[in-house]
Design a protein around this ligand. Structure first.
Ligand SMILES: NC(=O)c1ccc[n+]([C@@H]2O[C@H](COP(=O)([O-])OP(=O)(O)OC[C@H]3O[C@@H](n4cnc5c(N)ncnc54)[C@H](O)[C@@H]3O)[C@@H](O)[C@H]2O)c1
Length: 343
């Protein structure tokens, strides 16, 4: 019988509770064995609900010292992603780290290098890759019916992290978040653009602003113009001040028409073709599981550890999305277009 992967959770807030933990709980190859949060009550509550008997910690270093863990999800505020991952790798654990994977390219490179050296898997939860609409969009792009992609526009906006995580005050504090809307939401679309189109960003020109979250020390709005290595262009934006319905879309304008993904909730993936002139509304693939958002990131991580499927987002891929937002920030701060190094 397959030995179960013993999983620990570090950071027991909104994303752990809504996505990672239910996924591991539903995965027959995983066993939740430890929960850690600086607010111990949160770790205790998750353990009680999903894995009574699991160990509970306030300090992740103590958790690693005690051992008995094969893999962890790092679900802390952004600035701890790197330091927690370093400790996890040192103790021989596979790591699924939340997005943005790190707060600098140096940190991301160190995470990747250490994981390679230790022979453990490092994955980044660029969760949008797993959404049914995005899987279908990738299939449509790869089918070739759209022809060459000539222009890309992507946007992710909602009213801010307040509703998502009412206790997550850190989102607004540069010391713990490092970035605001630009990386919190923009990194999802930076990754999705690469994932769907296969294009690499060559150069970026961006603006970041804070227009409403007055107590915050990070930006609440971000807009950028991208030039890809193939000479085509696109836009990438994100916002924490989108009221009412979320804006969570990508549009690919192509030789043979356009593919709209996430514009119309009734038709999440629709192609508007010119030859023959028609609209194609694509049915979505089945969700990956019946837990969380049907994207089963925890199960996918565990199966990748066991070699049952490829990782849906490696450390290297996560770093490329991070490089896009870091370059955008540099552009916004210097007022100049920034070329990406791709190193
Ligand atoms: N992939 C996605 O779709 C997605 C969605 C939302 C959030 N996220 C990411 O997940 C991460 C967590 O976000 P969240 O919404 O769960 O925030 P949250 O504030 O709800 O939860 C974070 C938890 O980490 C705990 N914590 C803080 N420092 C810690 C430390 N040093 N050790 C252990 N625990 C610590 C906090 O007490 C809190 O319970 C962020 O990086 C965020 O960008 C990803």
């Amino acid at each position: 019988m397959q030995k179960k992967v013993r999983v620990g959770i570090i950071g027991c807030g909104a994303i752990a509770e809504r996505l990672h933990v239910p996924d591991y709980h539903a995965c027959s190859y995983a066993e939740l064995v430890a929960f850690c949060d600086i607010e111990e009550a949160k770790a205790t509550a998750l353990a009680k609900q999903f894995a009574p008997g699991a160990r509970v910690y306030k300090d992740y270093r103590k958790m690693f010292k005690d051992g008995g863990i094969d893999a962890v999800s790092v679900c802390t505020p952004n600035v701890y992603h790197g330091p927690v991952t370093f400790e996890a790798i040192k103790s021989g654990c596979h790591v699924l780290v939340e997005k943005p994977m790190a707060t600098s390219l140096e940190e991301a490179k160190k995470m990747i290098g250490m994981a390679k050296e230790a022979g453990v898997l490092l994955m980044v939860n660029q969760s949008q890759r797993r959404f049914p609409a995005h899987r279908k969009a990738k299939e449509v792009v790869e089918s070739g019916i759209l022809g060459k992609i000539l222009h890309v526009t992507a946007m992710f906006g909602h009213a801010g992290p307040e509703e998502w995580s009412p206790t997550g005050k850190w989102f607004f504090d540069k010391k713990e978040a490092r970035f605001g809307a630009m990386a919190d939401l923009g990194v999802h679309k930076a990754d999705l653009i690469r994932y769907l189109t296969g294009k690499e960003v060559a150069e970026i020109c961006a603006f970041i602003t804070r227009v409403e979250k007055t107590g915050a020390t990070v930006e609440d709005n971000f807009v950028s113009a991208l030039k890809f290595t193939d000479g085509t262009v696109g836009t990438l934006s994100s916002s924490w001040t989108v009221k009412g319905m979320e804006a969570d879309y990508i549009i690919l304008h192509c030789e043979n028409g356009s593919l709209q993904v996430g514009i119309n909730p009734e038709k999440p993936v629709v192609a508007n073709l010119i030859k023959p002139k028609c609209d194609i509304v694509f049915p979505l693939p089945e969700p990956f599981s019946n837990v969380s958002w049907g994207i089963d990131i925890g199960g996918a991580f565990v199966r990748a550890i066991l070699g049952m499927e490829p990782p849906f987002c490696t450390g290297e891929e996560g770093m490329k999305a991070l490089e896009i937002v870091l370059s955008a920030e540099k552009s916004a701060l210097t007022g100049k277009a920034v070329k990406l190094s791709h190193k």
